[in-house]
Design a protein around this ligand. Structure first.
Ligand SMILES: N[C@@H](CCC(=O)N[C@@H](CS)C(=O)NCC(=O)O)C(=O)O
Length: 233
């Protein structure tokens, strides 16, 4: 039986969640047959009897796991003969864990303050009241107020990506010669604005574009085939 990946979806079946993309890339890298099941924010609680409140969730036979980091560790342990996401190196696993935390701080959080209203605009109408209420409570202001300074914030966001540009100066991938989990973490973070925001998040001459283009082309171009909203590749 195929693995099932419960995946967050917006309008036009846009699969926009970075957290879910990490898992999707992980399944593709390992060559594990799987199907993705689109879900709305407001239907996550129905997946496994209210046990899990966030996506991604996978089911593999009788096993159900949520949280992308728990999932990647499960896949490595359950399928040791399939290509490893960490090249079977503890050091790469530690680097990945660091990068996931870094990307949350340096990419996802600043980006959210730039694109949160664009995300809202592209959610299924059923999800909109839930998304607005929970995010406005979290930030203590309206979605419209959160994105008030988004023009200035885009510049700041772009310069925050410099560590990635420096790392990619002398290698093709963040992981070295081939894409591994560190590359999927960052590519997943960029799939989010790519599918949900018309803003120009990366300049057309940004050196990161070369790497991102390669990431989009992997696995028969699964990334590049996704609906694209932003100005860019
Ligand atoms: N650390 C978790 C984060 C998962 C997460 O926050 N997922 C979001 C989707 S991108 C979610 O399901 N949020 C549910 C909600 O906001 O109600 C992971 O890596 O899986």
């Amino acid at each position: 039986m195929s693995i099932k990946l419960y995946d967050l979806a917006g309008i036009d079946d846009r699969r926009f969640s970075s957290n879910c993309w990490r898992t999707r890339f992980a399944l593709l890298h390992k060559g594990l047959p799987h199907i993705t099941v689109p879900k709305l924010f407001t239907s996550i609680h129905k997946i496994s009897g209210d046990n899990h409140r966030t996506l991604p969730i996978i089911t593999d036979g009788k096993t159900t796991i949520s949280d992308s980091w728990a999932i990647v560790n499960y896949l490595e342990a359950a399928y040791p003969h399939k290509p490893s996401l960490f090249d079977k190196q503890d050091s790469l696993k530690s680097y990945s864990e660091f990068l996931q935390h870094w990307s949350l701080k340096a990419i996802s959080f600043p980006l959210l303050q730039i694109i949160i209203k664009d995300i809202y605009d592209r959610l299924d109408p059923i999800d909109k009241p839930y998304f607005r209420a929970t995010r406005e409570k979290r930030f203590g202001k309206t979605l419209e107020d959160i994105v008030k300074n988004s023009e200035d914030n885009v510049e700041q966001f772009r310069s925050g990506l410099n560590p990635l540009r420096v790392s990619l100066k002398h290698r093709n991938f963040l992981s070295g010669k081939k894409p591994l989990y560190p590359d999927y973490i960052i590519a997943a973070a960029l799939m989010w604005p790519r599918s949900m925001s018309p803003k120009q998040i990366l300049h057309e001459d940004d050196t990161l574009n070369t790497w991102f283009k390669t990431m989009l082309s992997l696995y028969e171009g699964i990334g590049s085939k996704q609906p694209k909203e932003w100005v860019g590749i």
